[in-house]
Design a protein around this ligand. Structure first.
Ligand SMILES: NC(=O)c1ccc[n+]([C@@H]2O[C@H](COP(=O)([O-])OP(=O)(O)OC[C@H]3O[C@@H](n4cnc5c(N)ncnc54)[C@H](OP(=O)(O)O)[C@@H]3O)[C@@H](O)[C@H]2O)c1
Length: 350
């Protein structure tokens, strides 16, 4: 079968003919129907987001149809439409993303995560994939969904949902998303609207992307980030909840503007890719009774609740622009993904 592979840390992604994976214990063999190619995939491949366990087939998550299951797999069956979350979690902070960068806990990894990556290494940018059963969640009724490629955005919606839920129920609260012009941010805006936020302030730099978010409805406010912490805080808030979905920023100013924008008893949740330290004033956090949370990936219950929002029509994915690519030209696909953001994403349909 055909797959996007990497053989060494300084390799480019290449289209390769590889053996079709053979079923083994704890495994689910799937036909990959569509896989989101994250906007920062090229950065991941270039080694800017931590080490990939090479050699491997790349690709963190997908929508797939189950072909076969190992005898010890009971929660999914041949013919089911599933989402592969990539998350394999052994508990105690030892978690890996199969086919991708990113380790749970401190991020440093352990003997256990190394063993997990030895056994479950290959991802889903391929015609078929053998997935660990723990990464699979069934999507009941998805067999009849008219646009399965669009559903490959589900894992991003689930990460955003888990982050928002870390702040408690969203209904009736004023929510802001900092980095709303990115794909995770766009997902968070859609989620917060679907879950009944009173207002959703979309904050980001890109005016065009902000205008598109404003068209989602009258509950959306926009704030164009200037880079000045005080100005941005005044533009974002006051709000009850902020989800930070920023990519790698050169300073922590936008995140600290988000912190400043909180009302008393507000919550800031970090899910983005910022690699900066935050200077949090002890007395301010205490007197304003703020909560600062981190959130990483998602879980099965969140996947099911987000799928039910989509399935019921409460979360309308038609606002998202979908660009599909095939396996033929990985370099062009990664370039397209890097230039496709806002409420748009690239799906690989192998
Ligand atoms: N916690 C988790 O479980 C989890 C899971 C998946 C991904 N992530 C992280 O989420 C982050 C965002 O992912 P994504 O898919 O949304 O990526 P993306 O589409 O590339 O979006 C990046 C966002 O960051 C903003 N940004 C980048 N540099 C900036 C700067 N210097 N100042 C202000 N804003 C800046 C971008 O704004 P412009 O539009 O103005 O460029 C955009 O809104 C990634 O870095 C990833 O590491 C976390």
């Amino acid at each position: 079968m055909r797959a996007w592979t990497l053989t060494s840390p300084d390799d480019h992604v290449r289209l390769s003919d590889v053996p079709t994976p053979a079923l083994r214990g704890g495994g689910v063999l799937v036909e990959v129907l569509a896989a989101h190619v994250p906007a920062y995939t090229k950065m991941v491949v270039e080694g800017n987001r931590g080490g990939l366990p090479v050699p491997l087939t790349l690709g963190p998550s997908c929508i797939a149809r189950v072909i076969d299951v190992a005898p010890d797999v009971f929660h999914v069956a041949p013919g089911d439409i599933v989402v592969d979350s990539a998350l394999l979690d052994a508990g105690g902070g030892d978690a890996i993303l199969v086919g991708w960068v990113g380790l749970g806990g401190s991020g440093a990894g352990s003997g256990r995560t190394r063993r997990m990556r030895d056994v479950w290494r290959d991802g889903v940018f391929a015609e078929q994939a053998l997935c660990a059963k723990e990464t699979m969640v069934r999507l009941p009724g998805a067999e009849n969904h008219p646009d399965l490629a669009r559903l490959s955005f589900l894992p991003w919606l689930c990460v955003a949902a888990k982050g928002l839920h870390a702040a408690g129920p969203i209904a009736g609260r004023d929510v802001a998303v900092v980095g709303a012009t990115g794909q995770m941010g766009g997902a968070a805006v859609l989620l917060a609207l679907a879950e009944g936020a009173a207002t959703v302030t979309a904050a980001g730099r890109n005016r065009e992307a902000l205008d598109r978010l404003a068209e989602l409805g009258p509950r959306v406010r926009t704030c164009q980030l200037t880079g000045d912490r005080a100005t941005d805080a005044a533009g974002i808030g006051p709000v009850d909840v902020v989800l930070d979905t920023l990519g790698a920023t050169p300073t922590a100013d936008a995140t600290m503007a988000a912190y400043d924008s909180l009302r008393v008893e507000g919550t800031l949740v970090l899910v983005g890719g910022v690699r900066q330290d935050l200077t949090i004033p002890y007395g301010d956090l205490m007197h304003r009774k703020l909560t600062l949370r981190g959130s990483w990936m998602s879980d099965d219950a969140t996947v099911t609740s987000v799928w039910n929002l989509v399935r019921s029509g409460a979360l309308d994915l038609s606002a998202i622009g979908l660009r599909t690519v095939g396996l033929d030209d990985p370099a062009a696909a990664l370039d397209l993904a890097a230039n496709t953001t806002g409420l748009n994403f690239v799906a690989l349909v192998p």
